[in-house]
Design a binder for this molecule. Structure first.
Ligand SMILES: C[S@@+](CC[C@H](N)C(=O)[O-])C[C@H]1O[C@@H](n2cnc3c(N)ncnc32)[C@H](O)[C@@H]1O
Length: 245
């Protein structure tokens, strides 16, 4: 998928997108949770809950959270679904260190494990998981189709993938307000609070280039999911995708 391949965090290096993304999240891991909730005015918490709720009827027991970062999506899944086991994978050791602190603090070591691994080459056998979740991760994949294909591979037949990702609001005046906030305010606040001045300008750039709505569900079907639907949230700022293997 060329669109997600071309937008990289840094301009002054030849490193591939995956390395740049890992470096960027290592740089911002300490301020990531605070800025996430601050910049979204706490709405990300509502989106996460709604996305996880889509799995409630399935009662998944083995769940994989891809691009788990500091673990918030997986922790929400544990709270709402009480699965036997959740594994979170990510390419950023810094983000996983924050996740490990939370796991230890909550005493969830038996239920929630995290590991350094790449979504495009998941270290699990075919059909291992009842459900796979990804929040704000797919946009960062170096090769989107490869990542989604591997997510499909590790799901059991009938298993569900729930993907939460930013999308582009289309209607006036939300589209205009969103552009101003996302292109002006977010990079400014991100620059002030995080140690990485590029991270929060990469954010709107990567969203602008990323497929959303039908474009994204078409890709999900192309990589093998037999059914895929999208549920836009908050005027289309964010979308929950639900795909069934
Ligand atoms: C915006 S954060 C989202 C973290 C978390 N899911 C959340 O909801 O807060 C994106 C995460 O995707 C991870 N990531 C990017 N590409 C990845 C890949 N190919 N495999 C695994 N993780 C990846 C990054 O390291 C980062 O931690």
């Amino acid at each position: 998928m060329t669109t997600s391949q071309t937008v990289k965090p840094y301009k002054n290096t030849d490193a591939d997108k995956k390395q740049q993304v890992a470096d960027m999240f290592n740089n911002i891991s300490g301020t990531y949770d605070f800025l996430n909730h601050f910049l979204s005015l706490g709405i990300d918490i509502i989106w996460r809950k709604k996305a996880i709720r889509a799995l409630k009827a399935n009662k998944p027991q083995r769940l994989l959270d891809v691009a788990t970062g500091t673990g918030d999506f997986a922790l929400e899944a544990i709270k709402m679904l009480q699965p036997r086991k959740v594994i979170g994978v990510d390419i950023s050791a810094g983000m996983l260190a924050v996740a490990r602190e939370k796991i230890a603090k909550k005493g969830l070591q038996d239920q929630f494990e995290v590991a350094l691994a790449d979504s495009e080459n998941l270290p699990f056998d075919d059909g291992t998981f009842d459900a796979v979740t990804v929040a704000f991760g797919v946009r960062n994949f170096e090769n989107l189709e490869k990542g989604l294909t591997d997510i499909h591979r590790v799901l059991k037949p009938g298993g569900k993938a729930v993907i939460l990702e930013f999308s582009k609001p289309k209607g006036f005046p939300v589209k205009q307000l969103y552009h101003f906030y996302f292109n002006r305010i977010t990079p400014f606040i991100g620059k002030v609070f995080s140690k990485d001045y590029r991270a929060y300008s990469y954010l709107p750039e990567s969203v602008a280039q990323f497929p959303d709505g039908k474009q994204f569900t078409d890709i999900l079907q192309r990589v093998g999911f037999y059914h895929a639907l999208s549920r836009p949230q908050t005027f289309g700022i964010c979308t929950i995708y639900i795909a069934t293997k």
